[in-house]
Design a protein around this ligand. Structure first.
Ligand SMILES: Nc1ncnc2c1ncn2[C@@H]1O[C@H](COP(=O)(O)OP(=O)(O)OP(=O)(O)O)[C@@H](O)[C@H]1O
Length: 449
């Protein structure tokens, strides 16, 4: 038996929940608003709190903020109005879990079982979240999603946000990895610092080191002035390394060193600078497969595994699809948002969304333009043809003559080999099964020198 406190301004809900918990053998206290709940926490031997989010007067998040100063007890947020931002905020403020109403007896039992053995000792060591950071913040909902899998993602964001842990975000292209990185930053203790996003796949391998670490004047030909580099630009904030799976191996070793030692040196400098930025990385690649293929360092992979967050593809997000579609219709509308007919919604549901949320956003934008009325009909929905990935044989990429296609595939393979070998030409030649001379000739042919 444990002493539980329920805070809810709906007396009927309070008493039915109280009955359910008493049936499970617990001693239950009830409060109708936040201050009454805080009073119980001060005066009674409360071991766990279940609080509603939307209450008359102060809300459940306000209870969480104030409760921390009184007693460390697990708090479960229960709401009919779950959103990405209130889930993240509740978890960041130390909530044990965030459940949606109506809650089943089974779910409640399961959550209590997880929460109660933990009691207070464990929780006292959790870093206190800075309540001032987002106290007035969660206005516009930026991360849409109500599906069970996204609610798990929001909880992980909330838990990770309050820490300094390096986070690795995994997910197919367009699933919202950058959006999640931004949410982590917004909800972190570094929210007032900069958020610097770097796309590792877009920077030429030979420039990447100086782009990240900076350089001093004269460090190499062309270094005509000092350059700060992204690590220093992110001081006090967050550095988001997007597409880390495309980082050349040589640089992966350097980033690992930065993560371990939390210090780095600009190219050509003798000085060592302390890292004062949180690193969040993301990739759409299958990193374990890249590790097996020798394209990604195993030690860096383990180092990034501290706090992985895997984003589900849109086709696995069920109800979120139409929720997101409505969100894009509303956010892009000048006046009253257009509505989807049942047939148009059906079209959306049947598609498998290889480009995920980005593809949905573009599909909705296109439908919005094509429809001249208040409704979006099925005929306004069209999907972008899926780009055919060029495999090593060039199949699927062929639009020109055979010779053109072969040239194109050759060029892509050379670029990839150079990227993956950190621009080391001997290694790239080995990967491609060419001699160094043959590779040099090909580089010249393709204008890649
Ligand atoms: N949960 C969400 N709610 C609303 N919009 C979202 C959500 N997730 C992603 N988006 C939108 O979808 C688009 C793609 O998101 P984002 O750029 O974060 O994806 P990504 O996984 O980083 O893509 P890539 O792998 O190509 O870098 C953006 O316009 C973003 O604002």
């Amino acid at each position: 038996m444990a002493h539980l406190l329920i805070i809810d301004d709906d007396p009927a809900f309070r008493s039915s929940l109280s009955e359910m918990l008493s049936d499970l053998g617990h001693h239950v206290l009830e409060a109708g608003h936040v201050q009454a709940g805080l009073h119980c926490l001060r005066t009674a031997p409360v071991e766990l709190v279940i609080t509603d989010l939307k209450l008359t007067g102060e809300d459940g998040l306000s209870f969480l903020r104030q409760a921390q100063a009184i007693k460390a007890v697990p708090c479960i947020m229960l709401t009919a109005y779950a959103s990405g931002s209130n889930t993240i905020e509740a978890m960041r403020l130390g909530a044990f879990d965030h459940l949606t109403k109506p809650v089943s007896r089974q779910k409640l039992m399961e959550t209590l079982q997880r929460a109660l053995p933990e009691r207070s000792a464990d929780r006292e060591s959790r870093p206190e979240a800075d309540a001032s950071l987002t106290a007035d913040n969660p206005t516009a909902e930026r991360l849409i999603g109500n599906s069970e899998c996204m609610r798990e993602v929001f909880k992980h964001i909330g838990l990770a946000a309050a820490t300094e842990a390096t986070v690795l975000i995994l997910g197919e292209t367009g699933t919202g990895k950058e959006e999640v990185a931004r949410a982590l930053h917004r909800n972190s203790l570094r929210a007032h610092g900069p958020f610097v996003a770097v796309n590792c796949a877009a920077i030429p391998a030979e420039l990447m080191e100086s782009e990240l670490f900076g350089h001093v004047k004269g460090a190499f030909t062309g270094a005509v002035a000092d350059r700060k580099g992204y690590l220093r630009q992110a001081t006090g904030g967050t550095l988001f390394l997007d597409e880390i799976g495309d980082m050349p191996l040589a640089l992966q070793a350097k980033i690992l060193r930065v993560l371990e030692a939390r210090e780095f040196s600009p190219v050509g400098a003798q000085t060592v600078l302390a890292l004062d930025a949180r690193i969040i990385a993301a990739t759409h690649r299958d990193l374990p497969a890249a590790v097996r293929a020798g394209q990604f360092r195993e030690d860096l992979w383990y180092r990034l595994q501290v706090m992985p967050i895997a984003l589900p593809p849109l086709r696995a997000r069920g109800e979120d699809l139409l929720l997101l579609a409505q969100h894009f219709l509303a956010s892009e509308a000048a006046g009253t948002p257009k509505r989807l007919t049942a047939e148009a919604a059906q079209q959306l549901v049947q598609h498998d969304w290889p480009g995920n949320i980005r593809e949905l956003r573009n599909t909705i934008a296109r439908a919005q333009i094509l429809s001249h009325h208040a409704w979006i009909e099925a005929e306004h929905i069209s999907f972008t043809p899926r780009p055919q990935a060029a495999d090593a044989s060039g199949r699927g990429a062929a639009t020109g003559t055979l010779a053109e296609t072969l040239q194109q595939v050759e060029r892509e393979m050379i670029e990839r080999a150079l990227r993956e070998s950190g621009d080391n030409r001997s290694e790239a030649a080995r990967k491609l099964g060419l001699s160094r001379q043959q590779l040099y000739r090909k580089l010249e042919e393709h204008g890649l020198t």
